[in-house]
Design a protein around this ligand. Sequence first.
Ligand SMILES: Nc1ncnc2c1ncn2[C@@H]1O[C@H](COP(=O)(O)OP(=O)(O)OP(=O)(O)O)[C@@H](O)[C@H]1O
Length: 677
Amino acid sequence: MSLSKPIVRHWIDEFVLICKANPTVTGCTVFLSVATVVLIQSNTRSSRLTKKQQQTILDEDHRRRKTRRKNLVDRHFFRKLRIFIKIAIPSWKSPEFAYLAVFSAFLVGRTFLSIKVSEVNGALVKAIMNLDFKAFLRGWIVLAMFAIPSSTLNSMLRFLGNKLALRYRSRLVHHFNDLYMHPMMYYKVINVDDRIKNPDQALTTTIDNWSKSVSKLYSDVTKPLLDIILFSVRLSSLVGPEGPLSVIFYYFVVGTIIRLISPSFGKLTARAQRFEGDYRHVHNRLITYSEEVAFYGGHHREKLTIDEHYSFIEKHTRYLIGKKFWMGISDGFLTKYGTVMMGYSVLGLPVFGPRRAQYLQQVSNDTSMIAHDYIRNSSLLISLARAIGRIVASYRDLQKLAGYTSLVSELQYVLEDLKKGKYHRKMINEDRLKELNFAPNTGKITLSDSVEFHQVPVVTPNGDILVKPVDLLIRPGMSVMIVGPNGCGKSSLFRILGGLWPLFGGGLERPDPSELFYIPQKPYLTIGTLRDQVIYPDSVDEFKEKGYNDRDLDKLFNLVRLNYIPERLENGWDTIDDWYDVLSGGEKQRVSMARLFYSKPRFAVLDECTSAVSIDVEGAMYAHCKREGIALITVSHRRSLWKYHEFLFKFDESGGWSFGKMQLPSGGNSPVEANGV
Ligand SMILES: Nc1ncnc2c1ncn2[C@@H]1O[C@H](COP(=O)(O)OP(=O)(O)OP(=O)(O)O)[C@@H](O)[C@H]1O
């Protein structure tokens, strides 16, 4: 105790003396420390999430059971990564593998060049020390000669890295587009399953980030690994194995410390991606409903929503940059300046280390030779330290990659589940469903000539029982009017018929999808020409293969009284426009009816699809359907349509239904109540 006190006092005095001798450094350190505390305090305050935002994040995390893992870089991550790498590089015969091989070869080439350059650096310093101009000039020319292949190699590596990232992205995009565009999948991801809110974000930005991140990480890890091996071998032959070994040991300790203190950047990255997705979604919504919002004058309300979503991003980013700031300090201290101190210890080894006598004898105490060795060794050491530093720093990139991988794999799992008929959704009526023996995808679906429901429960994907089990038979040529109060389940019946919603029991017989045409309440118009609107979902080639031409389209437009549209357009059927904006509400619905006439299916489900069409045109269109022998299944509140149907299916207020022949009083449009069955 008595001894340690004077030693401590001595070091304190030494330290005070050093501070007094270096006022600039001392002043800067004090100033920066105060500034850091003030800045970080204000950043922390402004990055605090509101209660509502915290709740949103908690709900999100709760829904995503997997994110409960604290660190995303674990064995699950490497397992998932392997799956996606296999998609990005399908086989060793694939072009991606060839690119990777060339990329790796260039990486090796660059490391060899670096070693050679360090030799030349040493020779140049020796020439300067010896005042040997000839040797200096020779070294200078050699160095200049190295510059050309070095810069080509560097640019080539960047080029190949970008090319690889693009190739990975294309592979993943095609893989996911195949899964996502599987029949009904894009609908089910949003409307049936509740695990993913914005699949568009994962399908676009996240896949792009994943591909870039994998490509970057490959060069950031393989090159330094190679460097470490080659530089260590060379350095240990020059300064002894303790040199590179102590550098590696130092970094091992540093890496462990960084791993322990660094926050879960993977999780933070995944969260940032979700916030970005939500923010983009609210902007997309505004674009979609711009006219409605403009009429309501809803800009102020919409701005509040947009601002609220942006504030999530802003606060999260602030939090992230705050975290990065602290990590930057520890990274800089441990991996940059700590390395320099470590480096000097190694560089001092030949002249101060255990083999000092042997070394000095070898160089015959020649200071120019010592300088030559020093420069060469320091150049090698800097490269070695940089290489290890990059590996340590790439841990954060790995965490980011883990974040992207977790989002992309979540989409993959959901799509695979849905393909197998499984989905995840919080059920609101679990006990009642169990009691009635209703469970998703337990009903039997078979192909048939007619539409038949046998004891089919009408249940929403989240388990809300809308109607008691339905029995209904619709034969070809038979037309049924569906009526009932709002929200009773009319459209839902067809969601089940179309396979959009799972069957919770019973049996469903339905014709091939090509025989059943559905026109929804909201008219859908595709991107493309006026012709594309009518022939959708056929392509122009399919349209021609079926033996149709534009004259046939004119006839269809005559039937729906839209013949004035192609006539007034300069390019007629070839006109490309934003048809949502160009056509009126009624015109859009009439285009949908023309599409039905083009398809000529055996059954047509018309779900309030003529609500904006004038009664006389609507009547003409229905009369045409009857002439064509199309079995109509119409959902409508318009009584004028009842006369085109022979049967009536009626939902009541209390979840019941009735089905029977339509009875119209002679000579009138007003029907008599349908018979119960
Ligand atoms: N994807 C979904 N998930 C859960 N519930 C849904 C979903 N889509 C609709 N619903 C609910 O199912 C119920 C029935 O909706 P449906 O669209 O069948 O009504 P509808 O009888 O056609 O009404 P309207 O006459 O107003 O068009 C509504 O309460 C609706 O909120």
